[in-house]
Design a protein around this ligand. Structure first.
Ligand SMILES: Cc1cc2nc3c(=O)[nH]c(=O)nc-3n(C[C@H](O)[C@H](O)[C@H](O)COP(=O)(O)OP(=O)(O)OC[C@H]3O[C@@H](n4cnc5c(N)ncnc54)[C@H](O)[C@@H]3O)c2cc1C
Length: 320
């Protein structure tokens, strides 16, 4: 069966990988330049910085299967399971990608065909699915089954552009999905920070969720930090220029890391973590030959998004 999966975050990659493993002809398309989605690693001034998701957990037995695959491909490694003096943080192993958080998605992408810089502008069903690229449609794909793994608000925009709707009960569930926002700051440090392994600080002030040193983490060859602002700060300064929203984050990070930030930039995550999810780990309609997955369905966190992609693939396999 020909399947097109839209969105190369972890849910799309896991779904495409599982379907390809079963012998289906799978193409994954992504508007960005590579796979990973919110598991994103940026290069900046010689540093490698994880600026979205920082680690993943492995609880589900299917996630353990994926972990074994990633470890055999030398894509991931354990990062930490506890932080000295922080007994409030649940003890369980956090894993990170080797050379950055995109590594697990990159490893899966070896199993299927991938088309990057393909912004899906519209979808259309007439005996089979037609998937059209933005801007006059240089690229058009056709599929027996379509899987969408975008955050639901972006999925609804795609539906609107395509004048497509599902039954009203499902549309109501989709329209209820809500996300937090996150303003991230990426910075280069003038010297090694004072953090010891694992190189993270959580909630140092009311404005900040997370600070990490990507060098101590093992991702960056030089000291470089990631700062994640809390939802309220991110909402407040969403449209402010960097000169207005950055300095407070820089100031707190410099104090916590005991180093100066010599260069920095901000990134906006419009769909950081789902506050309200769909209510099922995935949605598949045999009638519409359509599946929907991602963390809007599985819930916050990489593992839940990955398992949503897995469940969608299984629902498709079960219906053939
Ligand atoms: C700042 C931040 C920190 C986080 N920290 C953690 C953490 O430490 N641990 C953890 O477990 N989770 C964390 N999360 C959550 C985790 O990153 C997500 O739950 C998970 O990565 C979501 O995967 P996904 O596949 O559902 O979506 P995504 O990764 O968002 O993938 C969707 C993809 O669809 C693409 N797309 C969108 N529209 C189109 C279109 N029209 N055409 C083509 N492609 C399109 C996007 O570019 C994207 O690549 C964090 C998230 C953020 C933002």
């Amino acid at each position: 069966m020909k399947v097109v999966v839209v969105g190369a975050g972890i849910s799309g990659c896991v779904c495409a990988y599982r379907l390809a493993e079963q012998g289906h002809d799978v193409v994954l398309v992504e508007k960005g330049r590579g796979v990973g989605g919110r598991m994103s690693t940026r290069r900046m001034a010689g540093a490698r910085i994880d600026h979205g998701a920082q680690f993943f957990t492995v609880r589900d037995s299917r996630m353990k299967d994926l972990l074994r695959k990633w470890q055999s491909m030398e894509a991931v490694t354990p990062w930490y399971d506890s932080i000295a003096g922080r007994e409030d943080i649940p003890k369980s192993i956090r894993y990170r990608g080797i050379n950055g958080m995109t590594a697990p998605a990159k490893a899966l992408a070896k199993s299927f065909s991938f088309q990057k810089k393909f912004f899906v502008d519209s979808i259309f069903f007439d005996e089979e699915w037609q998937i059209n690229e933005k801007g006059g449609g240089n690229r058009k794909l056709f599929a027996d089954h379509l899987v969408l793994t975008l955050p639901v608000p972006q999925m609804l925009e795609l539906f609107q552009r395509s004048q497509f709707e599902l039954e009203s009960k499902v549309m109501d569930q989709l329209e209820a999905v809500r996300y937090t926002r996150c303003l991230a700051l990426l910075g280069i440090l003038d010297r090694p920070s004072s953090l010891s392994s694992p190189g993270t600080i959580t909630h140092p002030t009311t404005e900040i969720d997370w600070i990490s040193d990507n060098h101590v983490k093992g991702t960056s060859p030089i000291p470089a930090c990631t700062v994640h602002a809390v939802d309220s700060y991110s909402q407040q300064f969403w449209d402010a220029p960097d000169e207005e929203r950055g300095p407070l984050l820089v100031g707190v990070a410099e104090e916590c890391l005991n180093a100066k930030i010599t260069e920095w930039k901000c990134h906006r995550w419009g769909f950081a973590k789902p506050l309200v999810t769909f209510g099922a780990t995935q949605y598949t309609s045999a009638w519409d030959r359509l599946s929907l997955a991602g963390d809007s369905f599985g819930g916050e966190r990489i593992e839940n998004a990955a398992m949503s992609g897995w469940d969608a693939a299984q629902a498709i396999i079960d219906q053939i």
